[in-house]
Ligand binder design. Structure first.
Ligand code: HEC
Ligand code: HEC
Length: 154
């Protein structure tokens, strides 16, 4: 099972499954997928891949993110070493029923679109995890993996 998942992940990444031998297979060998990594491997993967890739994305949105760090997403978790997410220091999002109203604010809408179209899919791609599907409520990576969500009205 694990092996199958692994080989699928490697396939997706290398985009060279089954056929083609345009390269040394040893060189094409991919590291473990995020989900199968140890905490230390995850940490290294964040530093080597996630932070540089996400900095590029965020800087294109706003140059102030050139100094982006582990803190930007992990908040205090980057200081205490847990790297737990969602981080209370990432601005909390409103509950689903207030989301539309929240997005009426042009500033929130601008951020929301950037998150929706770029940050969310890119992060899921880097982690090689499926995205949450709002239509079917299929489990997966979502805004709430990084953001806390304010409690809604009962
Ligand atoms: C763009 C946002 C972002 C940045 C920047 C970022 N991370 Fe992460 N990190 C994540 C996400 C998302 C996860 C996956 C959490 C999950 O499972 O939902 C994660 C997971 C981790 C984990 C695994 C935590 C666990 O419980 O297994 C570690 C360790 C980690 N990050 C370290 C770092 C370090 C070190 C840096 C800086 C070099 C960093 N991260 C930068 C978003 C980020
Ligand atoms: C990989 C982690 C991650 C994911 C996934 C993510 N965000 Fe964010 N988002 C952030 C970070 C980090 C910031 C704050 C950046 C900063 O320091 O100003 C942010 C900021 C925002 C802001 C601006 C809030 C404010 O008050 O300034 C909005 C709105 C937002 N996100 C909405 C969303 C929505 C909607 C989704 C899902 C479609 C989403 N985010 C997914 C990490 C994430």
């Amino acid at each position: 099972m694990i092996m199958k998942r692994l080989s699928i992940a490697v396939c997706l990444f290398a985009a060279a499954c089954g056929g083609g031998d345009d390269g040394d297979p040893d060189v094409e060998q991919e590291p473990t997928a995020y989900e199968d990594m140890t905490f230390e491997q995850r940490s290294a993967f964040m530093a080597e891949v996630v932070l540089p890739e996400m900095t590029e994305l965020f800087v294109a949105f706003d140059p102030k993110f050139s100094t982006m760090s582990c803190n930007t997403c992990h908040g205090d978790g980057a200081i205490d070493g847990t790297y737990a997410l969602p981080s209370p220091q990432v601005p909390p999002l409103p509950p689903e029923e207030e989301f539309e109203e929240y997005m009426q604010d042009p500033e929130n809408a601008k951020w929301g679109m950037f998150m929706l179209e770029e940050v969310w899919p890119e992060m899921a791609r880097l982690l090689q995890v499926p995205m949450y599907d709002p239509a079917t409520h299929t489990e997966g990576f979502s805004c709430a993996n990084c953001h806390t969500v304010q409690p809604g009205v009962e």
